[in-house]
Design a protein around this ligand. Structure first.
Ligand code: MBD
Ligand code: FE
Length: 256
């Protein structure tokens, strides 16, 4: 492991040194960067920064060429142990939750299309104003977080609301860096899922709402065309879309 650490640390520092030489980085810029590292830590934004600006490359490297459904980044706002929902499978929400009500349904199969019964879908999302419960003021604890299981035919369904786009906090160091670089701080509206089944590789993914702004300019570089969904009006005042997930065998056998 120390060979590996040596290689990665050496190569990372070498690239930073190259930028300093190629762009004639000054002492003022070095001190500003150092203060920014301190600020990110003090603001507790390292998870945010990492998942916005680095995770997509790791995900693509790890899973970019796998069979089955596309994955994308996990991000910093997953919480373990969301409640298992019972019929009619509605994500917990406020009585006055805003956003279009939407029915989501589909199947979980293996890569050959064989239905997977009792597969688990762990679902979390922002509210219509782009706020995640447990991390931002507004939504109560556990809002818009839950898990559902597939039936004997591999089918799942749940009801939620269409989330709003998310912006990274503009007043924190990650937002200030983003503004300094003149980049957009927004993520398009998305629903997070981890789809898992015994013996299969967990699929960490997101579904992106086709009508959202910022699909072509996600600050976290996590949109893939296969993950865009098109909610349609059902006629009874709600929206609906379907999405099927295909899982691949676990890469490493479970350790007992
Ligand atoms: C998010 O909502 C998100 O999904 C990611 C990956 C990063 C920041 C905010
Ligand atoms: Fe998110």
């Amino acid at each position: 492991m120390s060979d590996r650490a040596n290689t990665l640390i050496t190569e990372t520092l070498k690239r930073i040194h190259q930028v300093i030489v190629e762009h004639d980085v000054t002492y003022e810029e070095y001190q500003a960067a150092k203060q920014w590292f301190i600020d990110v830590g003090e603001a507790g934004e390292w998870p945010l920064f990492g998942d916005v600006y680095i995770e997509h490359a790791v995900e693509e490297q790890a899973f970019g060429n796998r069979e089955g459904s596309r994955g994308t980044i996990l991000g910093p706002f997953h919480l373990p142990d969301a409640p298992m929902l019972q019929a009619p499978f509605e994500l917990p929400h406020r009585s006055d939750e805003t956003g279009d009500r939407t029915q989501v349904s589909g199947r979980v199969t293996d890569a050959d299309g064989k239905p997977l019964a009792d597969a688990n879908l762990d679902i979390w999302q922002a509210d219509a104003e782009g706020r995640y419960s447990g991390f931002m003021p507004g939504p109560p604890e556990g809002n818009l977080r839950g898990q559902v299981r597939t039936d004997a035919d591999g089918r799942y369904e749940f009801t939620t609301v269409i989330p709003g786009p998310y912006t990274i906090p503009l007043d924190g160091p990650t937002g200030k860096m983003t503004a300094a670089a003149d980049w957009s701080p927004w993520r398009p509206a998305h629903i997070h899922l981890i789809v898992g089944a015994d013996g299969y590789e967990p699929l960490v993914t997101q579904l992106f709402i086709a009508t959202s702004d910022y699909l072509d300019d996600d600050v976290a570089s996590a949109v893939k065309p296969e993950l865009i969904v098109h909610p349609k009006a059902t006629g009874d005042g709600e929206m609906a879309f379907t999405y099927d997930f295909a899982l691949t065998p676990a890469r490493t056998p479970a350790v007992a």
